[in-house]
Design a protein around this ligand. Structure first.
Ligand code: UDP
Ligand code: MG
Length: 323
């Protein structure tokens, strides 16, 4: 079944001049092992090193390479989106440029797809060459998200995965600004399965996900797929109000029954400052959600493509701008 299938490999690239060559070598090697045709879609996410030049050379020398270049850095999640918008394959495979996700695993993913699965995600059995901090924060994050999110997002799973055309269409239809792709992938449903793999060290260069960016991604995930923070705000507010009411009764009783009414100044201060702190943080949580509404309401394009090479069709994606 589907022996002349077309597979689209989507690779976001941000300052990866050293990894591009090994990447293409790995992909060309993979091409000879796959039963079917492949296209390679590279999205240059506003690199300011030599990446774009190197990519242009590969694109002009080989067939079946589409290259999009953003007008600035729009981030990994958006770069994937752009690649998905122009993919024509019967199935697409999302891959990082640094070969941390071994491309050969795609063969197993394709086998599963041929068995009838619509989405095959790579689950990390181990992570090599990543810092202790990254591993610990990743573990905590996946566990927290699991308990907070309204949908089931698989643990220890990155963006490395195969999506059938149906899933691609469903995910592409969601044009929200603050994109946590792994959440969107889970949200659409369909028949999903996993393949286990060892996450390798980068072939070259360094991670573009420092702690700050990981935190931002974690926020996008929690805010986009959970309303638990809002519920916590409401529940805490409720509990504190009951506590405050009890204390008020106590204070009134104290004033009537004893003559030590002026005492209790320190408890007053404690309660007031505690309540103010709490109020501010609750307001902050509400503010975060409102901020998202504001961001969404602007309806700005998700990305701007300043140059593209090798596209076979005029892209029609919503909220995207091409030059
Ligand atoms: N990337 C991107 N835009 C960014 C950051 C990263 O397109 O703003 C790409 C990067 O080139 C790589 C992939 O996203 O292909 C994953 O990034 P990285 O390897 O730095 O993340 P990590 O694997 O450390 O989580
Ligand atoms: Mg990486």
């Amino acid at each position: 079944m589907k022996n002349d299938a077309l597979f689209s490999f989507i690779v976001p690239v941000f300052n990866e001049e050293e990894t591009i060559e090994p990447l293409f070598e790995a992909l060309f090697d993979l091409k000879s092992k796959i039963d079917g045709r492949i296209e390679i879609i590279v999205v240059d996410d506003g690199s300011f090193d030599n990446s774009l030049e190197v990519l242009k050379q590969f694109q002009s020398k080989h067939d079946g390479i589409k290259l999009l270049s953003f007008s600035r850095n729009f981030g990994h999640q958006v770069a994937m989106t752009a690649g998905m918008d122009v993919a024509e394959g019967d199935a697409v495979i999302l891959l990082d440029a640094d070969l941390q996700d071994p491309p050969l695993v795609a063969i197993e993913m394709i086998e599963k797809w041929r068995e009838g699965y619509d989405m095959v995600y790579g689950k990390r059995r181990s992570r090599e060459g990543e810092t202790f901090l990254k591993k610990v924060t990743a573990t905590i994050f996946y566990r927290c998200l699991k308990s907070l999110a309204t949908i089931d997002i698989p643990e220890d799973t990155g963006d490395f995965r195969l999506l059938d055309r149906k899933v691609l269409k469903a995910v592409n239809s969601m044009r929200e600004t603050d994109r946590y792709m792994r959440g969107l992938f889970s949200w659409v449903g369909f028949k999903q399965t996993e393949v286990l793999y060892e996450r390798k060290e980068r072939v070259a260069g360094e991670t573009h996900y420092p702690f700050r960016k990981m935190l931002r991604l974690a926020f996008a995930a929690i805010m986009g797929f959970s309303d638990v923070p809002l519920k916590v705000a409401v529940a805490l507010g409720f509990v504190i109000s009951i506590g405050a009411a009890c204390y008020a009764i106590l204070a009134v009783a104290q004033a009537f029954i004893t003559d030590t009414a002026v005492a209790g100044w320190s408890s007053m201060i404690i309660v007031t400052s505690f309540l103010n702190g709490l109020l501010l943080s609750m307001l902050g949580i509400v503010g975060l959600y409102i901020g998202r509404i504001h961001e969404e309401n602007k309806r700005r394009p998700l990305y701007i493509v300043k140059e593209s090479f090798g596209l076979t069709k005029v892209p029609t994606a919503e909220r995207a701008l091409y030059f």
